[in-house]
Every structure is written in structure tokens, then in C-alpha cells.
Design a protein around this ligand. Structure first.
Ligand SMILES: *Cc1c(COP(=O)(O)O)cnc(C)c1O
Length: 386
């Protein structure tokens, strides 16, 4: 069949790790539910399978797909993005310092600040998304720089290549690529060491499965992540692996539609008198538009905006939405609206949120892949009800 890794992203998403089943010819990878595998004599594992926490055929296939779409050699699938994040933190020791930004995913903030700080790791949450300012904050204790780009919910874009070239010796650069998606950017190609995903979002794409991934081109890192995956056991079920892999197959057809719908929404909101400010890196008014255009092949379907009238206006807006569901999460085929101040970023102290612009009039939209004109009509009607 040739080397699937040399083919385009849409092809890799459908074929990498997904050769037809050698016994039956089934073109879809089987869901293997066995928790244990018969050994041909002690230690005589067939194809390396021994026990399903350690490795499972459906999961292994998903991991091969995940590695291929991020141009990587290794990927490990986890039960959630948060479990993947915890696995990456397991690489570090008490006293190690992690530099990150304050507008990381709220659950990542909570995991760093309220769980791993207790184990002696030091997390510094910077208010800047400027790569040089982040680098200026590094010290010899810095063992990792952890970023998201675009960030959540303000869609700031951070220069990955600049961080990769300027980081201190021995500091790993980790990029949570949940928002960017491998369709729009491959952080490992820009010099990052590790990519993390919440596959719950765009990769799965249908809001019906939780998953996470740690992806790298470094065999030593992968071995340690695999050790943690097996030791701590936060693995996805074979059925969830199937759903996530099924979702990934259509990533390359879904993302352009998410982008187009978000762009139309951002352009409409920019013109609306009730909207104070729009955050969408795909339009020229965004402060990081040029960097986004250089670093990314496009932008995902996320749009945030400030609504005039504060919390009462926000409540009336949400109440009037019909197609957009008020809900956590993002990246599914259905459009969602969320209130970062108390929902996704509820775990971050108020003064920290306000410092970086997560205000009580901020609304975040995840544009689905419905008809764009219907989404615009829904938003316009909800704005009229404000
Ligand atoms: C949702 C999310 C996570 C956490 O993933 P879960 O699958 O919910 O555990 C991490 N990072 C980002 C950017 C997210 O959006």
C-alpha cells in the first residue's frame, strides 16, 4: 500500500493504523473487548498483547492514527485530555518549574494548581501570550513550557517556533493542540517536544466520547508516558477508541466547515451594535492575526465576544438561543455557547480571570457544522432579545 505516513492528512486520518483486518478483510478496525490475551507458553504474547490496560488492539490502532495525523512516531491514548495532561506532568520531579499561561484550559489550571503543586512542582502562570515575554520568565529550574495556542477562551496565538528555539536547555515544550487541531497546525513540526490533545473535542468531533492523547517524536519520552499509562491506568475503553477513530476519519472535511461558519459569525458580530469586541484570530482585527496566518493553515471554529449590558444581557442572550446549546465543551458537529467566567474557567480566581480579560460579559461560541445561515439567524435573534 506504500507508506501511509507520506500521504496527505485526510488519507492518514482514514488509513494510518487501519489496514483491513488480516483474517476477515473487515475495512473497519474491530472493537476488541477482551481484558486479557491467551499466551502461547509463559510470556508468549501474540503481537505483544497481554492485558488490556497495558495494550489493546483497538487502542493501538487509534494511537497509530493519532501519531500519523500529528506527523509523529509515537502516541498514547488516554481516557480524557486531563488524564493525558497528568501523564505529561508525571515526567517531572519535585522542585521542577513549569512555565505556562493563565489562560490555559480551566481544568488544566486546576490540575496544576490544586493537585500537582502539592507534590512539589512549581507552576508559574504568566499573563502574557508573547513568546519572548514567556522566555524572559524562564530560569534554570524551568523544565517545561506548557502552552495552548490558540488559547481558550480569548483565542490568543503563541509563537511555537520562537518558544522552541529560545527555550532553556533541558526544558520541554509542550503544546496542547486541542484548539489548533492537526488539520490547522502540527506543533512538533515547529519544534515542540510533546503534543497533548483532548480528543473529546475536534478529534472525536461528535460530543459522544471522552479521550486524550500524548504524542511525541521522542522515543524516550514515549516510553515514560507508556509506563505511566500502564501504571496509572487512565486508558480509554475499546468502544471509545472506536468512536474517536471514527471521528478522526472526517476531521479533514469537518474543519473547513467549522472555520467557515466561525468566520461568518465573527464578521456578523463585528458589525453588531450590541457586541463590544470579537475574538477570532481569522479576522484582521485580532492582534495575533498575522502570527496565526503564518503559523496555522487556518483557524478552528471558536469565536468569543463581549456583549454590551453585562450579566443580565448575557442571561437573556443564552435564554433566546435555539440551535446553540448552552453547554461546556467544544469542537462537536453541533454548535455550543458557553460562559467561560463561571463554566470552563470557574476554577480560576476572579482577579486572575479579570486580569487577562475573562470578564463577566464574555461569551464563547463553538461553531458547529450546521448551515451557516441558520447559525447566523439564531445568533441574530438572540441578540435582538437582549
Ligand atoms: C477540554 C480540554 C482539556 C481537557 O480535556 P478532557 O477530555 O475534558 O479531560 C484540555 N485542554 C483543552 C484545551 C480542552 O479544551
Amino acid at each position: 500500500m506504500g507508506d501511509v505516513h507520506e500521504r496527505g492528512l485526510a488519507t492518514r486520518a482514514i488509513h494510518a493504523g487501519q489496514e483491513p483486518d488480516p483474517r476477515t478483510g473487515a475495512v473497519v478496525v474491530p472493537i476488541v473487548t477482551a481484558s486479557t490475551f491467551r499466551q502461547d507458553g509463559v510470556g508468549g504474547f501474540r503481537d505483544g498483547f497481554e492485558y488490556a490496560r497495558t495494550d489493546n488492539p483497538t487502542r493501538r490502532s487509534l494511537e497509530q492514527t493519532l501519531a500519523a495525523i500529528e506527523n509523529a512516531s509515537h502516541a498514547r491514548a488516554f481516557a480524557s485530555g486531563s488524564a493525558a495532561t497528568a501523564a505529561v506532568i508525571s515526567l517531572f520531579e519535585p522542585g521542577d518549574e513549569v512555565l505556562t499561561t493563565i489562560d490555559v484550559y480551566g481544568g488544566t489550571y486546576r490540575l496544576f494548581e490544586q493537585v500537582f503543586t502539592r507534590y512539589g512542582l512549581r507552576f508559574r502562570f504568566l499573563a502574557s501570550s508573547d513568546a519572548d515575554e514567556i522566555l524572559a520568565a524562564a530560569s534554570e529550574r524551568t523544565k517545561m513550557i506548557w502552552i495552548e495556542t490558540p488559547t481558550n477562551p480569548l483565542l490568543n496565538v503563541i509563537d511555537i517556533a520562537r518558544l522552541a528555539e529560545g527555550r532553556p536547555d533541558g526544558a520541554a515544550l509542550v503544546v496542547d493542540n486541542t484548539f489548533g487541531t492537526p488539520f490547522f497546525q502540527n506543533p512538533l513540526d515547529l519544534g515542540a517536544d510533546i503534543v497533548v490533545h483532548s480528543s473529546t473535542k475536534y478529534l472525536g468531533g461528535h460530543s459522544d466520547a471522552l479521550g486524550g492523547a500524548v504524542i511525541t517524536g521522542d522515543m524516550g519520552i514515549d516510553e515514560r508516558i507508556a509506563f505511566h499509562q500502564n501504571a496509572a491506568g487512565a486508558v480509554p475503553s475499546p468502544f471509545d477508541c472506536y468512536l474517536l477513530q471514527r471521528g478522526i476519519k472526517t476531521l479533514a472535511v469537518r474543519m473547513p466547515r467549522h472555520e467557515e461558519n466561525a468566520r461568518r459569525i465573527a464578521e456578523m458580530l463585528e458589525e453588531h451594535p450590541l457586541v463590544e469586541r470579537v475574538f477570532f484570530p481569522g479576522i484582521t482585527s485580532h492582534p495575533h492575526h498575522d502570527l496565526a496566518a503564518r503559523q496555522m493553515r487556518g483557524v478552528p471554529g471558536m469565536v468569543s465576544f463581549r456583549l454590551r449590558g453585562g450579566r443580565p444581557a448575557v442571561d437573556r442572550f443564552f435564554a433566546a438561543l435555539e440551535l446553540f446549546s448552552l453547554a461546556e465543551s467544544l469542537g462537536g458537529v453541533e454548535s455550543l455557547a458557553c460562559y467561560p467566567f463561571t463554566m470552563t474557567h470557574g476554577a480560576i480566581p476572579d482577579e486572575q480571570k479579570l486580569k487577562i480579560g475573562i470578564t463577566d460579559d464574555l461569551i464563547r461560541l463553538s461553531a458547529g457544522i450546521e448551515d451557516g445561515s441558520d447559525l447566523l439567524a439564531d445568533l441574530e435573534r438572540a441578540l435582538a432579545a437582549v
